[in-house]
Design a protein around this ligand. Structure first.
Ligand SMILES: [Zn+2]
Length: 408
């Protein structure tokens, strides 16, 4: 349980400040744009050395011009569980999407028991665009568009768990809202993969390790390139006030190609010595995606980069491996994971840049949590935080109260 961290009085002060502020700035400021970029399992242990080497120029630019730090996550974190927590700012038990499978059924949007951010924004006339965001299948109607992400079901990906159906091969629900947009995307972007490639099985790897690793990584590059084109197309042709885009191949790569040392559990030189650069390279690939997105960021745009958790080599005794279900073939030699009982071991990360956000601010400890993302975004649109939400507005990242509230 996460305590409410914003005293009611503080909210009251913000609300009271609104009319004054509105008088000064009516019509002066258009409604802000907000772009959230999700990166599944972004691991700061791997990111930081790359930043020092200058390999992530776009992320470095965001850090220099914004605020960043760790993002406290939930216990036993995995993508659907944490994303649904971010969407609703409620606990997994409250929102209902407790994992990849809920009661033996692949998690889906019909299971959400709390109102998600896209619904609240839509009701408040904010236009919404979402693409490749985990746990958004089947898509729901929004004041804009939605293209689903991880847990989308389709051909060769019947259960939707950690595999990549093509848009044309989606089954068991709609992957695009409004429905007419599907044909438009197929025509203008092509038949892109949703989510990310399934990890190979032990059987596939045995005796062909280098070949399988290389071809798998090539497929990942294709997927990332397709998704970059999708994001660029959407941002250019369907601009929305609020946009949430996600990348998921980083996490998938880390699970079996994390650059572990021989002393780590599960080390197998035939696999782990082949491409020790594979996992760091995912972030260099991500930085290019970020570069494409940054072209659409202007002075009136807030950019948030969030990850749901990190990922670490295996390092705890656990009676059963809760990660096993995530491995479709159940035989992939997984050597790193994130659903440790203590989520503090694998925190997510948070980066924010935009009008009135402090520059070069390093947030220490766990100042921000996954519960705070939606309250902070609602705040930027002047929407009051619903009572059920457990997070708080990240006031510490803003320069002053004058800058932190946008016009309705
Ligand atoms: Zn994972």
């Amino acid at each position: 349980m996460v305590p409410r961290q914003v005293p009611f009085v503080a909210m009251l002060i913000v609300l009271m400040a609104l009319p004054l502020f509105a008088q000064n700035q009516t019509q002066a400021k258009p409604r802000p744009h907000v772009i959230v970029v999700g990166v599944n399992g972004m691991e700061l242990d791997v990111i930081r050395p790359l930043l020092l080497k200058g390999d992530l120029p776009n992320l470095a630019r965001v850090i220099k011009n914004g605020a960043y730090g760790k993002l406290r996550t939930v216990d036993a974190p995995n993508c659907p569980r944490v994303y649904s927590t971010m969407f609703t700012s409620t606990t997994p038990a409250e929102h209902g999407v407790t994992g990849f499978l809920v009661g033996g059924i692949t998690a889906n949007t019909n299971m959400l028991k709390q109102e998600p951010i896209w619904s609240i924004l839509s009701k408040n006339a904010v236009t919404v665009g979402m693409a490749n965001v985990p746990a958004t299948f089947p898509v729901m109607p929004v004041n804009g568009y939605m293209v689903s992400g991880m847990l989308t079901r389709g051909k060769n990906c019947e259960d939707g768990v950690l595999c990549a159906p093509k848009l044309s091969e989606v089954e068991g629900g709609e992957a695009v809202y409004p429905p007419a947009m599907k044909a438009e995307l197929l025509k203008n972007v092509g038949d892109f993969y949703i989510d990310c490639e399934r990890m190979p099985s032990a059987e596939q790897l045995r005796g062909h390790e280098t070949e399988v690793i290389d071809s798998w990584l090539k497929k990942i590059d294709v997927i990332r390139e397709q998704q970059t084109q999708l994001f660029d197309y959407l941002l250019a042709n369907h601009p929305t006030d609020f946009t949430w885009l996600v990348q998921s191949c980083e996490d998938r790569t880390g699970h079996w190609l994390y650059p572990i040392a021989p002393y780590n559990v599960g080390y197998n030189a035939k696999i782990n010595a082949v491409r020790p650069d594979a996992f760091p390279n995912q972030y260099i690939g991500f930085d290019k995606v970020l570069g494409a997105i940054l072209k659409h960021v202007d002075d009136n745009t807030y950019l948030f980069i969030v990850s749901d958790h990190g990922i670490k080599p295996l390092r705890e005794f656990e009676e059963t491996d809760p990660h096993a279900h995530m491995d479709h073939e159940k035989t992939t030699p997984v050597i790193a994971k994130h659903d440790f009982a203590d989520g503090d071991d694998v925190p997510g990360s948070f980066f924010a840049m935009g009008p009135g956000i402090k520059h070069d601010l390093r947030m220490m400890g766990f100042e921000a949590s996954v519960y705070d993302i939606t309250p902070t975004i609602l705040h930027l649109y002047g929407i009051e935080q619903p009572k059920q939400m457990r997070g708080h507005v990240l006031t510490a990242i803003f320069e002053s109260s004058e800058n932190k509230v946008a016009q309705k």
